[in-house]
Design a protein around this ligand. Sequence first.
Ligand code: NAD
Ligand code: UGA
Length: 460
Amino acid sequence: MVQGKFGGEAELKPTISVIGLGYVGLCTAVCFASRGFMVYGVDVDRERVHNLREGHPPLYEPNLENYLNRTLRTRMFLPSDDLNSAVDKSDVTFVSVGTPSLDDGSIDLSSIKQSSSAIGTSLRNKSTRLLVVVRSTVVPSTCDKVVKTEIEAASGRKCGKGWGLCMNPEFLKEGSAIHDTLYPDRVIIGESDKKSGAALMSLYRKFFRRRVIVKRMSLVNAELVKYANNAFLAMKVSFANMIANLCESLALADVKVVTEAIGLDERIGSAFLNAGLGYGGSCFPKDIKALAAFGRKQNVDLPLVHATAAINKEQPLRSVDLAEKLMGSLSGKRVSVLGLAFKPDTDDMRGAVSIPIIKDLLQRRANVVVYDPKAIPQARSIFEGSVTYAESAIECIRGSDVCILVTEWESFRDLKAQEFAKLMKHAAIVDGRRLFDPSQFSRVKYAGVGLGPNQKARIV
Ligand code: NAD
Ligand code: UGA
C-alpha cells in the first residue's frame, strides 16, 4: 500500500496491478497512477510493453500520451510482462485482457482463462489478501465458471480464502477514454461476497474523491449489465437508422428533426440517436454478436438484438447506393472517402463501417481515394495498394466525382461547399453523418442520410 493524504486524513492506497494494457487496461492504469496509486501494468505483448516504457502508447487517444509520460516519470506506473511479480506486489488486480469474437459470434475466453490461471499460480504463495477485479466484457457466468474456477485450481485456495472476486464492467468510450475513466456516470460492482464488494467500493472512494453512484450486485448481474447496456445503445442507433431510411422515402422529411424532437422526451433521451452509416468499433458489433450467441446457448430468442444487428449490416452500404443515385454507375469513377476510423478522435478501425463501404466501392470498380486524420496507417494494413491514400481532406476530394463522408471528424466541418464545387470533378457529396448543413450546398449535388428527396434547405 502507498501512504497518501486526502481530506486531512492519512490514507492507505492499495497497490494495483492491471493485466492487459489495451484501451481499458492502459487507461485504468494511468488514471490510477495519476492519482497516486502504485500501478504495475502487465501485458503478454513484449513490444507493447517496451514501447510503453519508452512513453509510446499503442493507440491514439486524447490525453493518453500525457498521462502515460507523467506517470512513468513519477514511477507510479511500471509496465512489464511479469505477471507473477506484479500480482505478488499488489492488493488489487484488474483483469482487462481482450475478449474477441469467435467465428460463431461467441466470445473467445482464452485470454481470460490464461490470465486467471496465471493469477492463481501467483496467489499460491502470496501472503497478503488479493482482490481480483474483472473489467473485460464477459458473458454471464464467466466470472463464476471460468475466472473463479481457474484461480481456485491454480492457487489451491477457495474464493474467499485470501482472495475475493468482483466484476466491474467498464463503460468508457474511445475518443474520451481518459475522461470517462475519471468521470464515469456510475460504477457497477458485481461481487462474490460482501467483503470483496466493500473492498472495491473503498478503493473507488479513494480514487474518485467525490460522490459517484455505485451499484452493488451479484457477479452475473454485473456481467449482464454490460451487455444490456451496449445492446440498448446499439439498438437506439439502429432505431434512428431505421427511421432515417423511412425519411429518405418522404419529401420534406429529415431524420435529424425527428430524432431531435423525440430525444426531448426525457423517457427517451437524446443520446445515441444520431442516424448515420451504422455503428462500428471493437465493442458494439462484438458484444451484439456475443449476446445473440449467448441467447442461442440459453435457448432464449432475443429478437431486438437480431434486428439491431440486421439494420446495422445494411446501413453502411446505403451510402454507396446514395452515391450511385447522385452519379449513376460508379465504375471507373473516382470516389473520395472522408474518414476511416470507426468514430472521430480515435485511430481505431476495428469494425469500422468504412471497411464494408470501401470493399463495396472496389467491387463496383470505383477508383477509391481515402483520407483520415489518424487512421491512415491502420487503413494501409487493411487495403494495401487497392486504394489511394491522400494526405489531407482537400487532396482527397480534389478531382473526385463523388465524395462519401464516413466519419464525422470535427476538422471536416470546416470544408466549405465552394471547396467541393471548385476542387471536385463533379461536385457530389453523400453526407453519411449529416455533418453539413444541406442549405449551404446549393451548387453541389448533396444527399444526406435520413434526408427526404430533393431537399437543400433545412426544413424544420
Ligand atoms: P485490447 O485488445 O486493446 O487490449 C487487450 C490487451 O490484453 C492486449 O494488449 C493484449 O496483448 C493483452 N493480453 C491478452 N492476453 C493477455 C494475458 N494473458 N496476459 C496479459 N495481457 C494479455 O482490448 P480493449 O479494447 O482494452 O478491451 C479489453 C476488454 O474490455 C474487452 O473485453 C472489451 O470488450 C472490453 N471493453 C473495451 C472497451 C473499449 O473501448 N475498447 C470499453 C469497455 C470494455
Ligand atoms: C461503446 C459504448 O458507448 C461504451 O459505453 C462502451 O464502454 C464501449 O462501447 C465498449 O463496450 O467497448 P465506443 O465503441 O468506444 O463505446 O464508441 P461509441 O461512442 O459508443 O460509438 C460506437 C459506434 O456507434 C460508433 O461507430 C459511432 O459512430 C456509432 N454511433 C454512436 C452512431 O452511429 N450514432 C450515435 O448516435 C452514437
